[in-house]
Design a protein around this ligand. Structure first.
Ligand code: IPM
Ligand code: MG
Length: 357
């Protein structure tokens, strides 16, 4: 039976990069027998403009029915003045919560062809291969109560709540340990257990889950130290598992180790490996509509989709080999451009990947 993929281009460079990723999916369908159907829907600012809200009911329903979702990016200057409860980002958060996508996998891999693009010394980052497992539907992003209230003094006070139930920590820890079993068998759980009770419990539960995985070496690190270690000696890490907000921050930091955030895909999975796939970079409104964006993170997100949700590892390998080929051939979008290479546009990069498939 053919698999249904929902395409959500979103805002900014979203439509451009998604167009290139869809070309790749279409080529796999037409030339290599991938049995898929694709539908498209609105999310983020594009949905606000068309319907008044960032996550129309129909989009959420289509996402619930799809086998996998490919998202570009959401957000932009145009919607920054809106109330936080109806901004484009709420569309993304609503999809994560509405589909129960609690496990966010963010690999940070350095392509040897791009070693020069990193701001760190080549010996510090060469061979880098980290998997950040970020909890995605809990923690301070979703905790209640939240808001801005007025104190008796008349002063305003903002507040958010960091909460994790044991079951939430348990299930995300298991995802991290399962992934580690297929890699170097090391998990580093990142918390702030010296200050925050909530993450003291996090550490306790992660340790307990670790008992079920005797072959995996578990370590714990405070988030401030983890941030420092990521730029000091990043290759010490194999799998990192952490809270929603710490994961948000550390994954951007890890992305930059690889030279460009424009190269990194992500997967957000539910209990049954249904997933939403997106580049980890944002909507980059400053270069939107200029055919300059790097589509490789989105194309590599398709590869993660094939691996994690569609059970087509050979097709995923094919995409990754094609991306390596275009990099070997010296093709670079502006974000990863270096001397002696050939600068290409977003659509030319997509065409080159399709040709290399
Ligand atoms: C990310 C982004 C989102 C987040 C924003 C756009 C809501 O930064 O996916 O990392 O904070 O989770
Ligand atoms: Mg982020």
């Amino acid at each position: 039976m053919s698999k249904n993929i929902l395409i959500l281009p979103g805002d900014g460079i979203g439509p451009e990069i998604v167009t290139e990723a869809v070309k790749v999916l279409a080529a796999l369908r037409d030339d290599f027998g991938l049995d898929i159907e694709m539908d498209e829907a609105l999310v983020g600012g594009a949905a606000i403009d068309a319907t008044g809200g960032p996550l129309p009911e129909t989009t959420l329903e289509m996402a619930q029915e799809a086998d996998a979702i490919l998202l570009g990016a959401v957000g932009g200057y145009k919607w920054e003045e809106l109330d936080i409860s109806i901004r484009p980002e709420k569309g993304l958060l609503g999809l994560r919560a509405g589909l129960n996508l609690f496990a966010n996998l963010r690999p940070a891999i350095l392509y040897p062809q791009l070693a020069d693009a990193s701001t760190l010394k080549p010996e510090v980052v060469s061979g880098l291969d980290i998997m950040i497992v970020r909890e995605l539907t809990g923690g301070i992003y979703f905790g209640q109560p939240r808001g801005v209230r007025e104190l008796d003094s008349g002063e305003k006070q903002g507040f958010n709540t960091l909460v994790y139930a044991e079951s939430e920590v348990d299930r995300i820890s298991r995802v991290a340990f399962d992934i580690a079993m297929k890699r170097d068998k090391r998990v580093c759980s990142v918390d702030k257990a010296n200050v925050l009770e909530c993450t003291e419990l996090w550490r306790e539960v992660a340790t307990r889950v670790g008992d079920d995985y005797p072959d995996v070496e578990l370590s714990h690190m405070y988030v401030d130290n983890a941030a420092m270690q990521l730029v000091r000696a990043p290759k010490q890490f194999d799998v990192m598992v952490t809270t929603n907000m710490f994961g948000d921050i550390l994954s951007d930091c890890a992305a930059m180790l690889t030279g460009s955030i424009g190269m990194l895909p992500s997967a957000s999975l539910d209990e049954n490996s249904k997933g939403m796939y997106e580049p980890i970079h944002g909507s980059a409104p400053d270069i939107a509509g200029q055919n300059k964006a790097n589509p490789l993170a989105t194309i590599l997100s398709v590869s993660m989709m094939l691996r994690y949700s569609l059970d087509e590892p050979a097709m995923a390998d094919r995409i990754e080999a094609a991306v390596n080929k275009v990099l070997d051939d010296g093709l670079r979008t502006q974000d990863i451009m270096s001397e002696g290479k050939t600068e290409v546009s977003c659509d030319a990069m997509g065409d080159a990947v399709v040709a290399a498939l």
